[in-house]
Design a protein around this ligand. Structure first.
Ligand SMILES: Nc1nc2c(ncn2[C@@H]2O[C@H](COP(=O)(O)OP(=O)(O)O)[C@@H](O)[C@H]2O)c(=O)[nH]1
Ligand SMILES: [Mg+2]
Length: 309
């Protein structure tokens, strides 16, 4: 059954008029150079600069072992120079240029350059294309010449030099990896690395039953993202409303405390005035006593002497 299925898939692949490839990744990772390596000539402009040469997708066609290939080179999607709108436009365009859609995404990564910024960009790219894109993705390492410096094979390099997040990215993409040395001068070796990649792309096409990543998948992803954004916005609004209610409640409690305090102060003041008033009256009484006291004493004595008489 699986042999028959494989034969049907092989037939589908050979009937497929062309292999449709998209190069994605950060600026400077080696996308344009890799696209040129696949085509066998310098169609895409390659530059040392870390800022994108162009902000637009570019398509070129060629033949590898008699197979037609269509390659789309993308600008550094999610590089800080591109706006959200520009990224969306280019994503849509790069899929449409390869209608009905690409068979494979080559996620280009430079050997030895997996900085936090690089990770963030790759995460954004993979998130933007959605989970569906993972089964159409091959990680294409460039700067294969560095592997010779390290004295390691690609597998050994991944095992020994890649950190956990890099390994996770690779495993999320079905452990499909390939390496290019775009500075390779030897024609035969150049050809071997391209042929190796095409074979891996054929495996992806076969695994996906000859299907491709479509605009509908991208639209679906966009819809999901918008849904998530909407949900997030609603949650934020609810949270803000709760915070405002809480603030109003706090202000009310504070106002009540303030009123209580004012009342208490007024009472204390009234009490103090009353005390002062009483004190004054008391003082006056004692003052009067001191004045009229001796007079009363005199009267009492006179009364006494009258009585004795
Ligand atoms: N040594 C070496 N340099 C490479 C390799 N691939 C690309 N480069 C260089 O890296 C720089 C950026 O490459 P480019 O293809 O323009 O990257 P892009 O911005 O992703 O399209 C250029 O100077 C290339 O010559 C490689 O495999 N080995
Ligand atoms: Mg480029």
């Amino acid at each position: 059954m699986s042999v028959v299925q494989d034969q049907i898939d092989d037939l589908k692949i050979s009937l497929n008029i062309s292999l449709r490839i998209v190069l994605i990744g950060k600026t400077g990772s080696g996308k344009s150079s890799s696209g040129n390596a696949v085509l066998g000539w310098s169609e895409f402009k390659s530059d040392l600069s870390q800022t994108s040469v162009t902000k637009l997708c570019q398509k070129a066609q060629g033949r590898v072992e008699g197979r037609r290939v269509e390659v789309v080179d993308t600008p550094g999607l999610f590089d800080s120079t591109m706006s959200h709108h520009e990224v969306n436009e280019e994503m849509l365009k790069c899929i449409s240029l390869l209608a009905p859609g690409p068979h494979v995404f080559l996620l280009v990564l430079q050997i030895g350059r997996f900085t936090p910024e690089e990770k963030e960009t790759l995460n954004l790219i993979m998130k933007a294309f959605g989970k569906d894109a993972q089964k159409f993705t091959i990680i294409l390492f460039t700067h294969g010449d560095k592997l010779e410096d390290y004295g390691l094979s690609l597998e050994e390099f991944i095992q020994k030099k890649c950190d956990d997040s890099c390994k996770k990215l690779i495993s999320d993409c079905g452990n499909r990896c390939h390496v290019f040395n775009n500075k390779e001068k030897d024609t035969e070796r150049k050809y071997i690395q391209v042929r190796g990649l095409i074979k891996k792309i054929d495996d992806v096409v076969r695994a996906n039953g000859g299907g491709c990543y479509t605009n509908e998948m991208l639209q679906e992803m966009k819809r999901k993202m918008e849904e998530m954004e909407e949900k997030f916005k609603q949650e934020m609004q609810k949270m803000q409303q709760r915070m405002e209610e809480q603030r109003d409640e706090n202000e009310k409690v504070l106002q009540e405390r303030d009123n209580e305090l004012k009342e208490l102060k007024t009472n204390i003041k009234r009490e103090r005035t009353l005390r002062e008033e009483e004190q004054k009256n008391c003082n006056l009484f004692f003052h009067n006593i001191t004045i009229i006291g001796p007079y009363f004493q005199k009267c009492a004595k006179m009364n006494q002497s009258f009585a004795q008489k």
